[in-house]
Design a protein around this ligand. Structure first.
Ligand SMILES: [Zn+2]
Length: 156
């Protein structure tokens, strides 16, 4: 994915995911994806593999179904009115569909739970934990905030 492409992908996934997440783990999936914030972590540095996402081995299929709903929501332009630009759906559609196919093909045995343990670890005295306590959302965009803030506000 190109850099602009990745940024649009993260925006539309974060908008859809923030609208759909209900359980804490679902919110954490959205936070994890929104952390792929090129404004903060650097352009062109946000590649990832699916096993790094915060899968719960005991809740695998519900995690997987959630991600597929998020992809469907993004394809249905869920939350796009909150963006200051209009993503080109034709342009992003095949990437979202490919991501959906990868999620569908992902298997419980591919989960490596140590990724979640490392990611969610709160160190003592850490004022900006990876998962902000209480799952705050951006007042303007409704996006779950990450330790970097709101991925859409950051792109301003
Ligand atoms: Zn925002």
């Amino acid at each position: 994915m190109s850099n602009i492409f990745t940024s649009v992908f993260v925006d539309v996934i974060a908008l859809s995911g923030s609208a759909l997440a209900q359980t804490n783990r679902e919110k954490e999936f959205v936070i994890w994806l929104a952390q792929r914030d090129q404004n903060i972590v650097g352009i062109g540095t946000v590649g990832f593999s699916l096993d790094e996402l915060p899968w719960d081995p005991d809740d695998f299929s519900s995690n997987q179904q959630f991600l597929l709903r998020v992809v469907d929501g993004a394809l249905a332009r869920l939350g796009w009115s909150k963006l200051s630009y209009e993503p080109n759906l034709d342009y992003i559609k095949s990437t979202l569909e490919r991501f959906g196919r990868m999620v569908s093909a992902f298997r419980p045995e591919d989960v490596d739970a140590t990724h979640y343990e490392d990611w969610s670890l709160v160190e003592e005295g850490d004022d900006w934990p990876t998962i902000p306590p209480g799952y705050p959302q951006c007042g303007k965009h409704g996006i779950y905030l990450t330790c970097h803030g709101c991925v859409i506000c950051n792109s301003k």
